[in-house]
Design a protein around this ligand. Structure first.
Ligand code: NAD
Length: 456
């Protein structure tokens, strides 16, 4: 028998709106990480063998318990992440829906039975859980990024170990408790918060019992994990950074485009991988769009950013753009005392500027003017990122033609939101590998096996 002594040191969690310490959390070590895999590996055979209907009902109870606990979870998200209570409540609803969706998918893992074209053989195809999955999530959606992985993994019959971001461990810990209350057996879900992410995650990725890694976060860290995963040819899913273009055509409904821009840009103070980053606005509607969006921005007070470092990063991007010729036309107000940056509107941005090439991850609209559709598409696609994109156009055909021309995994067509548990969320190019949600989501946690059966 091995005895693991849980970590006795702790780390502080801060409220970004006040910078005050709101909790101390046990700081996970490599030993804690190994203990979590011990538990997950021990729990795997029984959970994988549990009838899918039973697993589905556990997930459905998890959905109900999360919804019932909305106010508590929203308050936790609000205090450790800083987003507004309304945004936090919306996140809890979105996070819960992954359990409802995957409770429905858990029982639909049908394979196939077919005749080989050459004759003499029948082929039976089935899907099996991949095994223990290591999950790593960011701070910007502390509930939803965790449930978008845990729900399909459990639906498939996998057990999981999760490392939430050190900025926001409280929500993940609260969800783990609700999962226990929903009937998730001991060891099936383990959560290891830590300030040593490389140590904990590399412990998992080099452990022969771990058969899957699913990561959401920055492209740079995703590359580090992919290199580590390569040594074990580990099944890998990657949800990485974005740099979403937001296209407005000459005949777009400007009121609708501005309403969509407010959501696509300012949800979570711009700290979303799907956040609109580069606004390509047709020159004929530029003044109208800027005036109308500017008015909305001046009345806006956004939530704080996650850290002082994040504020410094956004400040540098904006200052550099202004020095290079961009014009700052409108600004919102901010609270004081926390890590705030005001909603900001920049026009005359050029595609070569750093603010257009890098993910801003803050409440800044950068507007690039366009006239020729092909040239605009070439600029929009001149990026290694390809996660979300948005198009506002008067004619649906134009919107769809432009949407098809955009190199992105997801395109909002005349709407400023793309996330939905029933859709295959994910990116192309360096924005990621694999999809979360939809039918595809569960396949990320399954291996395909077939039997080739003699039929002579
Ligand atoms: P991050 O990459 O810094 O951190 C993400 C996670 O990785 C955290 O849990 C962190 O502790 C961990 N981590 C950091 N260094 C590590 C290492 N060396 N080894 C192992 N783990 C490590 O990203 P972030 O700042 O938390 O989140 C913002 C990024 O996430 C943005 O780029 C955003 O676009 C992206 N994101 C993508 C999606 C998506 O679905 N594609 C969703 C949300 C966020």
């Amino acid at each position: 028998m091995t005895i693991t002594i849980p970590s006795t040191t702790t780390f502080a969690v801060h409220d970004p709106a006040t910078t005050e310490v709101i909790a101390q959390v046990a700081d996970g070590t490599a030993a804690d990480a190994r203990a979590a895999v011990d538990a997950a590996a021990a729990a795997f055979p029984a959970w994988a063998a549990t009838p899918s209907r039973v697993r589905a009902e556990v997930l459905r109870r998890a959905f109900a318990l999360i919804v019932a606990d909305t106010e508590h979870l929203a308050a936790l998200i609000h205090s450790e992440n800083g987003k507004s209570l309304d945004d936090a409540r919306a996140e809890v609803g979105y996070a819960a829906e992954f359990f409802r969706w995957f409770s429905e998918e858990a029982v639909r893992t049908e394979g196939s039975y077919g005749e080989s074209p050459a004759g003499g053989t029948r082929t039976i195809v089935m899907h099996k859980p991949v095994g223990v999955a290591a999950l790593v999530t960011p701070w910007n959606f502390p509930a939803a990024m965790a449930t978008r992985k845990i729900a399909p993994a459990l639906a498939a019959g996998c057990t999981v170990v999760l490392k939430p971001a050190a900025e926001t461990p409280l929500t993940a810990l609260a969800i783990a408790e609700l999962l226990t209350a929903a009937g998730v057996p001991e060891g099936v879900v383990g959560v290891v918060p830590t300030t040593a992410p490389a140590e904990v995650v590399s412990t998992w990725l080099t452990d022969d019992r771990v058969r899957k890694v699913s990561f959401t976060g920055s492209t740079d860290v995703g590359k580090v994990l992919l290199k580590l995963a390569a040594d074990r040819v580990l099944n890998s899913s990657m949800e990485l950074g974005g740099n979403a273009p937001f296209v407005v055509t000459a005949d777009a409904d400007i009121e609708a485009a501005v309403a969509g821009a407010m959501i696509a840009k300012f949800r979570n103070a711009g700290q979303a991988c799907t956040a609109a980053n580069r606004f390509f606005v047709h020159e004929d509607v530029l003044d109208k769009f800027v005036a109308s969006l500017g008015e909305a921005i001046e009345g806006l007070q956004v939530a704080p950013l996650i850290s002082a470092k994040a504020v410094d990063g956004v400040t540098a991007l904006v200052d550099e753009a202004v020095d290079a010729g961009a014009r700052l036309t409108h600004r919102g107000s901010t609270d004081t005392g926390g890590w705030f940056y005001p909603a900001t509107l920049l026009v005359d941005v050029h595609p070569g500027m750093r603010i257009a090439r890098e993910e801003i991850f803050g409440p800044v609209v950068s507007v690039i003017t366009w006239r020729d559709e092909q040239a605009m598409l070439a600029q929009a696609n001149d990026s290694e990122s390809g996660l979300a994109a948005y198009v506002y156009a008067g004619r649906l055909q134009d919107a769809l033609r432009i949407a098809e021309g955009l190199e992105a995994g997801m395109v909002g067509v005349n709407r400023g939101v793309v996330s939905d548990p029933s859709t295959p969320f994910g990116g192309v190019k360096q924005s990621g590998i694999g999809r979360e949600g939809a039918r595809e989501g569960i396949r990320e946690y399954q291996e395909t096996q077939y039997f080739s059966v003699d039929w002579t």
